[in-house]
Design a protein around this ligand. Sequence first.
Ligand SMILES: Cc1cc2nc3c(=O)[nH]c(=O)nc-3n(C[C@H](O)[C@H](O)[C@H](O)COP(=O)(O)OP(=O)(O)OC[C@H]3O[C@@H](n4cnc5c(N)ncnc54)[C@H](O)[C@@H]3O)c2cc1C
Ligand SMILES: NC(=O)c1ccc[n+]([C@@H]2O[C@H](COP(=O)([O-])OP(=O)(O)OC[C@H]3O[C@@H](n4cnc5c(N)ncnc54)[C@H](OP(=O)(O)O)[C@@H]3O)[C@@H](O)[C@H]2O)c1
Length: 437
Amino acid sequence: MALRCWRWWHCSAWPGVRSPPSRSIPTPGFCRQFSTQEKTPQVCVVGSGPAGFYTAQHLLKHHTRAHVDIYEKQLVPFGLVRFGVAPDHPEVKNVINTFTQTARSDRCSFRGNVEVGRDVSVPELQEAYHAVVLSYGAEDHQTLDIPGEELPGVVSARAFVGWYNGLPENQALAPDLNCDTAVILGQGNVALDVARILLTPPQHLEKTDITEAAMGVLRQSRVKTVWIVGRRGPLQVAFTIKELREMIQLPGTRPILDSSDFLGLQDRIKDVPRPRRRLTELLLRTATEKPGVEEAARQALASRAWGLRFFRSPQQVLPTPDGQQVAGIRLAVTRLEGVGESTRAVPTGEVEDLPCGLVLSSVGYKSRPIDPSVPFDPKLGVIPNIEGRVVNVPGVRPVSFSDWEKLDAEEVCRGQGSGKPREKLVDPREMLQLLGH
Ligand SMILES: Cc1cc2nc3c(=O)[nH]c(=O)nc-3n(C[C@H](O)[C@H](O)[C@H](O)COP(=O)(O)OP(=O)(O)OC[C@H]3O[C@@H](n4cnc5c(N)ncnc54)[C@H](O)[C@@H]3O)c2cc1C
Ligand SMILES: NC(=O)c1ccc[n+]([C@@H]2O[C@H](COP(=O)([O-])OP(=O)(O)OC[C@H]3O[C@@H](n4cnc5c(N)ncnc54)[C@H](OP(=O)(O)O)[C@@H]3O)[C@@H](O)[C@H]2O)c1
């Protein structure tokens, strides 16, 4: 197999791998130590999203002889810059120009269509490279763990985004937009991206890089109202001001905010950090101030609406009587406990049913395990690491013959006191310590 050839090629091209460790590169992942004097440090980067490309860029700049191979499971590079960033945000995708410069370097190779953990294992890569950087993103969406989550009409926002952005594995999604109301669970930027794509007049998306198949479905969409539901309050939303402003100004739509959600907030925002204060002030103004004449006229003509529902935690997806579709979502009414970052939503015992035909779950992402040899924390969905370096991995440090000669001298020295030829060292950990490993 071709991979095996690369591996042996790299192995045979490693004159410096046995040189004494002197300096390690401070990048996330597994790392043998290599000297900056080595001719060609070989580094493998897994994943060609921003993390992978910025790592490669940094390595090529700061290690002038380093070679970087980027392995990517998709046929095409750039990860979520291509398959996540919204089609109506082309300026965000400008980073592709910089990544392309990096990929064109004769010290960098892109190897698409190779899934690490399936086509090549991490131990094989560790054997073939001085350092392996794992930058393979966070592809698993968090589940809601509520009854009805498996019903047709419940879609992960990630899959929906992949669908309109042309991710091959999401092309069969066929979201049913033949309903009046959609509910998005979660109040992050992905939730706002999805709401905006659902509500933007189709003619405004036509000149973007959205897929033509998605455009066809969006043109036929009957969705008129999108609720964006958060389990906490306006002070805890995870989206940012630029994305909120875009929603407020979205052509053909009007916002629905309940001013009672904002009671007492004006006084409380004085002490919060500036970006959060500005975001909350914009929410407050939108919820509580009467719009000017022009804005009121615009809103009166709007045929679509979006709203933020606060203090509501998803409890159950409600089915249609035949059990074949989504009919709504049951939300537990919550109140907040705690202060600052640790503010938690706790159910009050009250529930509210919100009718809808589509539920998009947008409650964040976590990584997947990549290979049985790589430690993984399933609860946090991360590879355990200290400052990026993977922990709990046995690193093989071969003992050289000169190492043995040091141990030999130590044994002879220890035997001298009792007139023995040597006192044998029996504790491997002590031996490694004596060698400074
Ligand atoms: C829907 C969405 C929209 C977003 N929009 C924006 C935005 O507008 N602006 C912004 O700043 N941020 C945005 N973000 C956040 C941003 O995209 C991420 O922070 C960023 O992409 C993370 O980079 P990454 O390289 O870690 O992961 P990714 O971009 O996910 O890249 C990981 C890469 O690894 C590959 N891979 C995975 N497993 C393997 C494997 N086993 N073998 C080989 N390759 C593998 C994947 O195919 C992928 O190409 C968005 C996120 C989402 C989910
Ligand atoms: N334009 C942009 O710059 C852009 C666009 C898209 C994405 N991104 C970035 O991509 C990353 C991912 O975005 P994201 O929106 O997917 O995630 P996110 O920012 O982490 O937001 C997740 C949302 O889901 C809620 N949530 C989590 N678990 C929940 C549960 N069990 N029940 C109900 N609600 C729950 C969170 O509420 P709690 O706070 O209560 O947990 C939060 O509102 C973020 O860093 C985001 O900024 C940026």
